[in-house]
Design a binder for this molecule. Structure first.
Ligand code: 0PR
Length: 350
């Protein structure tokens, strides 16, 4: 008999960008397990739910009349965004300019799409805009900004990045895969309503509290998605724009259920709780003499030594480290204050 994976296994998980799904999302996922939104002619109900999911994602990201779909995750959404930009552009030697802290899915995108990836350095955890501008040329098809970076939870200057992109006749893609369900409750300029963003990744299966797999790809203009369409001769629908063929209706239905239950009040409360937890943890670590990166979104990075992190692992804690070796705690919805209290108590044990 298989054991339930959670909540037990989430009890000490401070490293993951996945979380316990909302009960309504879990229930919806179970009900739609055997459906395939990749075949909308046959699975009409889940296909209708996908339209609802995209409408919700549009509300979250300030986009009227949104186009998009529920992807397998942030990786697929980022690959597809680069694919849109490449297919739309008129160059034989396309490049994408992204911050050095962009998620490694852009490396995959560059590889499978045969596009050059140029990475701009960061300054204080955000992309250096002057350096980014220097990398852009007439073959640049897409300029990427990250709204909630994987390692530090920082937000790049999206409006300026959008300007840089459009000055070069390139698309601006924002990766809000993790940050997208926290950012609506902050003062950051990050979405379609704040800047001339063309495409965005925002994942219900992360902070959105949907079941895995539920990523989100949004486009300001439906014509952009046409760049992805391939003909599907024997299906009732005539074309398909997703990267995967058969895909999970569970992800789609659970995304709708989670957003229906939580947008906006529940997500706001979660943001506030997670942010307070992150600030509390940062204060506790500082009080113990550690250097802590200023908290921008609910993610804490601090200079605890890596051997220390291994010892924590032996005590059951799951913490990860940044590329620079700092301990990294992601304050996801399942990360409660009492969990953090026992984590800090275990730190004091050393
Ligand atoms: N964009 C950003 C900003 C991300 O942080 C991630 C994932 C992605 C895109 C890719 O999303 P998918 O993994 O859904 O394709 N960031 C996490 C990471 O790499 C993913 C993760 C999730 C890792 C759960 C561990 C884990 O337990 O750290």
């Amino acid at each position: 008999m298989l054991q339930r994976a959670e909540p037990q296994e989430f009890d000490r998980v401070l490293s993951s960008m996945c979380t316990v799904p909302h009960p309504a999302a879990r229930d919806a996922a179970e009900r739609f397990l055997a459906t395939n939104p990749g075949d909308p002619g046959t699975y009409e109900t889940v296909s209708g739910l996908e339209t609802e999911a995209v409408d919700y994602l549009g509300e979250v990201t300030g986009l009227d009349d949104p186009s998009g779909y529920v992807a397998s995750g942030g990786t697929e959404a980022n690959v597809q965004a680069v694919r849109i930009a490449r297919n739309r552009a008129d160059t034989d030697d396309p490049n994408v300019v992204a911050p050095v802290h962009a998620h490694f899915s852009f490396t995959k995108a560059a590889d499978v799409l045969d596009v050059e990836l140029r990475t701009a350095p960061a300054e204080d955890y955000r992309v250096n805009l002057a350096a980014m501008a220097e990398l852009i040329d007439e073959d640049t098809v897409c300029v990427v900004g990250v709204a909630g970076s994987t390692e530090y939870g920082y937000v790049d200057a999206i409006p300026t990045i959008a300007e840089l992109a459009h000055d070069a006749d390139a698309l601006c893609h924002v990766d809000a895969a993790w940050g997208g369900f926290y950012l609506p409750f902050t003062d950051h300029d990050w979405h379609f309503g704040h800047a001339d963003v063309d495409t965005m990744t925002i994942d219900p299966h992360k902070v959105g509290q949907a079941a895995v797999p539920a990523g989100g790809l949004l486009a300001r203009d439906e014509a952009l998605l046409d760049e992805l369409a391939v003909e599907t001769p024997y299906l009732e629908s005539t074309s398909q724009l997703t990267l995967t063929g058969t895909r999970s209706g569970a992800g789609v239905a659970s995304a709708v259920a989670a957003m229906e239950s939580l947008w906006p009040v529940g997500y706001r409360e979660q943001y506030e709780r997670s942010m307070e937890n992150a600030r509390w943890l940062a204060d506790q670590l500082r009080a113990r003499g550690h250097d802590v990166v200023d908290v921008e979104l609910p993610l804490v990075a601090a200079d605890l030594s890596v051997p220390m992190t291994d010892e924590l692992r032996e005590r059951g804690w799951r913490v990860s480290k940044t590329g620079a070796g700092e301990m990294r705690v992601v304050c996801m919805p399942h990360v409660t204050r009492s969990m953090l209290r026992s984590f800090v108590a275990d730190l004091d044990w050393y």
